[in-house]
Design a binder for this molecule. Structure first.
Ligand SMILES: Nc1nc2c(ncn2[C@@H]2O[C@H](COP(=O)(O)OP(=O)(O)OP(=O)(O)O)[C@@H](O)[C@H]2O)c(=O)[nH]1
Ligand SMILES: [Mg+2]
Length: 488
């Protein structure tokens, strides 16, 4: 899919596109599907004003050629072919470059009915625009230099943020926090490459120009250290941005569904005294100290001859495979059962990567129970005692989940809004950049010629350029913007 195509429909308007733009005009519904108070349609590109003039009838006698930029107008959208009114709207024309895409933009606020929105969109496309692809508005904002690639990418994170912490992180990145970090490392690399170039040009003075010890120190302190720091941050970022998945496992009736309900603070799953109540898996998001956690309640695992229950148990095992955390539930009113031990061993055998937390439930009716007897028998895994019914121990459970997953790196003072958190794509490029720097370091030690050092410095610069979008290839860009929704 090629992004930029030349406009061939300009003859429609008899107008010239704004300077610096030769793209097609695109349009999309920007608000989510479903009825709402207001629905918004966005148009961007050289024909925006022309289309607006054609389909909008202002209430006050403003002449279409006199529309001011960034001013809201009240009026009607009219089907230009039939002259029939479509909806009563508020609309704004915004002249490039002070717009989201840096192109001419029109936004129409109509009633939030899908049929109205669709009809207006049809009229717009019949008037010379084409439907926007997913993320195309933001892609244009990036291609036209309004956002760097890290800022454009974080628009998706901001829209999809499930917790305040994730939102705060996305806003920080939208403000350019990651971009600034990467740019400052790039500057240091450029400065170092400049020194290499001088050494290449004046080989007779090379030993004076290249102070190896000093260059190595600079490379380590000012370039490699910040890169290592950023790489370490990427995993934290992933936890808050994408969240983790936790599966509640245990034999029937230990209180798995009760725990899900307690964490959700609603009666989501059926709870009964009958063992084998939950047949299917049930998944919901819970906010645990800012971490979006997908909690999966499962069918209690036991030997059974019943087909439906057995299917539920198979599903529970399948969910285990993609979980980062197992909440292994035990019943404090009963001693550890053979089924508990068997289940524990099979979890440990099948899934070495997961973290585990033993959750000893029903302590409200087993007050004297000693938790140690359970944990010592089950590999000394960390344990929390709770009552899902009385809601006791839930805060401790959340604290333990948080520190198991994050390694307790963040205390209460951690400020996600100030954090710089690269995503997986950035992490890959940062690592390659770091490798290139380490080659330079080795080269300095081995006294290799400055032109070879300059090659590795240049390659490190290339990787960092990929992060901010200076050197990113078209297919990587396509991959990034395909994750967006239409209209963004
Ligand atoms: N006293 C007490 N009872 C609890 C507690 N948690 C759950 N129960 C009771 O234990 C029974 C089983 O609870 P569920 O949440 O359905 O257990 P489950 O593990 O989901 O059971 P299955 O879906 O059958 O595997 C119900 O009668 C609950 O009311 C608790 O903390 N204290
Ligand atoms: Mg259940």
């Amino acid at each position: 899919m090629k992004f930029i195509k030349k406009v061939d429909s300009l003859s429609l308007s008899g107008q010239t596109p704004p300077a610096g733009s030769s793209e097609e005009t695109i349009a999309a519904i920007a608000t989510p599907p479903g009825p709402g108070g207001i629905g918004i349609i966005r148009i961007s590109g050289p024909l925006s004003l022309h289309i607006f003039q054609k389909i909008f009838l202002p209430r006050h006698k403003t002449k279409p050629q006199d529309y001011e930029s960034h001013r809201m107008y009240y009026g009607w959208i009219i089907d230009p072919d039939s002259g029939s009114p479509v909806d009563e709207v508020l609309a704004v024309f915004m002249r490039a470059p002070n717009t989201y895409t840096r192109e001419d933009v029109v936004e129409i606020q109509c009633h939030g009915s899908y049929l109205v929105l669709q009809e207006i969109l049809n009229i717009i496309t019949a008037s010379g625009a084409r439907l926007a692809e997913p993320g195309e508005f933001t892609k244009r904002a990036f291609l036209n230099g309004r956002l760097d690639l890290t800022q454009a990418e974080t628009v998706v994170d901001l829209i999809g943020a499930r917790t305040n912490e994730a939102r705060s992180m996305a806003v920080g990145q939208l403000q350019g926090r990651l971009y600034e970090k990467v740019s400052s490392i790039q500057e240091k690399l450029v400065a170092m490459r400049a020194i290499m170039e001088v050494a290449i040009d004046f080989p007779e003075d090379e030993t004076d120009i290249l102070d190896h010890a000093d260059l190595k120190k600079q490379l380590k302190d000012e370039i490699e250290e910040p890169l290592i720091e950023l790489i370490a941050r990427a995993d934290e970022g992933k936890i808050f941005r994408e969240g983790i998945s936790a599966v509640i496992l245990g034999r029937p009736n230990v209180g798995k569904s009760s725990l899900l309900n307690t964490l959700l603070e609603e009666d989501r799953a059926l709870v009964t005294p009958v063992p084998g109540t939950t047949r299917d898996t049930i998944e919901e998001f819970v906010n645990i100290k800012g971490m979006p956690v997908r909690i999966v309640d499962t069918a209690g695992i036991r030997h059974t001859n019943e087909t439906v229950e057995e299917m539920g148990i198979q599903r529970a095992r399948a969910k285990l495979a993609d979980a980062e955390l197992v909440l292994f539930m035990l019943d404090a009113t009963e001693p550890l059962a053979e089924e508990d031990r068997a289940l524990y061993s099979s979890v440990k055998e099948n899934s070495k990567k997961q973290k585990m937390l033993l959750v000893l439930n029903k302590i409200d009716i087993a007050p004297g129970v000693s938790p140690e007897q359970y944990s010592t028998a089950l590999g000394n895994e960390p344990l929390v005692s709770i009552s899902a019914k009385e809601h006791t121990g839930i805060l401790e459970l959340k604290d333990m989940v948080f520190s198991l997953i994050t390694g307790s790196r963040k205390g209460p003072g951690w400020d996600p809004g100030a954090a710089v958190v690269p995503n997986v794509r950035h992490k890959g490029a940062l690592k390659k950049g770091l490798e290139a720097c380490r080659r330079v370091e080795k080269g300095l030690e081995a006294d290799v010629s400055p032109d070879l050092l300059a090659i590795d410095l240049q390659s490190a610069l290339g990787y960092l350029g990929d992060i901010v979008g200076e050197t990113t290839t078209e297919d990587v860009l396509d991959m990034i913007f395909e994750q967006f929704c239409i209209g963004k």
